[in-house]
Write a protein that binds this ligand. Structure first.
Ligand SMILES: [Zn+2]
Length: 246
């Protein structure tokens, strides 16, 4: 049976619900990611990670939501942006749909910081309402120790971590552009340009996690990332299952 929910027949989907298998829903947005990565980097990262992690937790992957909340990069390319109330309401109903149908362990695999607030709020409210386990995973945060280990940098947008993910999962979509070095900027506290004055955004000027196109390093970084996230999810599911949430 496929791990992709959209590829199952409804009989197979019903069986998955009956077996109380965890469901991973990938979230992202359309947003500029330097001259070297695709607009859908965030949802591709979330979806590809979900597909790798699903077999490790006996889970299934729901169709990804490729649209989200984009702010300071909205004016570049074909970015998507929904107001917070609209996005929040849509996401809440989407997650509720799966909970109504009987899934009771849901992982919201998020690839985009602009979505985090809504996803966390939905998880908090719906986990109580439906007596379910809902986990929000901002993958780039969970893998931060490995980012420091492999790339010696702090978190970024379109920098080392997202470049590694696309290089590992979808290498044909990485453009080996000479423009990379001209697109970098960093988020200085107290200085907020709209639109942002660069499409590769570093969290720190001193230790920027610059894009690195080394495929071997990308593979090792992503393998560690998949391992740490799947182990955390397994541990959380085990903890709750032991305490009554089946
Ligand atoms: Zn991104």
């Amino acid at each position: 049976m496929s791990t992709e929910l959209a590829k199952l027949t409804y009989h197979q989907a019903n069986l998955a619900i009956k077996e109380k298998r965890p469901l991973i829903i990938p979230f992202g947005t359309q947003e500029a990611h330097g001259p070297h990565l695709p607009m859908a980097t965030d949802s591709y990262c979330a979806e590809c990670l979900a597909l790798e992690i699903a077999p490790l937790i006996s889970g299934l992957v729901a169709p990804a939501l490729h649209y989200g909340i984009t702010n300071s990069l909205f004016q570049y390319g074909t970015a998507s942006n929904f107001s917070k109330p609209v996005y929040h309401a849509f996401v809440q109903e989407l997650i509720s749909t799966y909970l109504h149908q009987g899934f009771n362990k849901i992982v919201l695999m998020n690839g985009h910081g602009g979505n985090t607030e809504s996803l966390v709020e939905c998880a908090r409210v719906l986990s109580v309402k439906f007596q379910a386990l809902i986990i929000v995973v901002d993958w780039w945060e969970v893998t931060r120790p490995f980012l420091e280990k492999y790339y010696q940098g702090e978190g970024s947008h379109a920098g080392a971590e997202e470049t590694a993910a696309i290089l590992h999962f979808l290498p044909d979509l990485v453009h080996h552009s000479e423009q990379i070095e001209h697109e970098g900027t960093y988020r200085q506290p107290g200085y907020v340009p709209y639109p942002m004055d660069g499409t590769i955004i570093y969290g720190n000027d001193n230790t920027p996690s610059v894009p690195d196109l080394n495929e071997k390093k990308a593979r090792e970084f992503m393998e560690d990332t998949i391992k740490v996230i799947s182990e955390k999810i397994r541990k959380t599911i085990f903890f709750y299952t032991q305490r009554g949430i089946k």
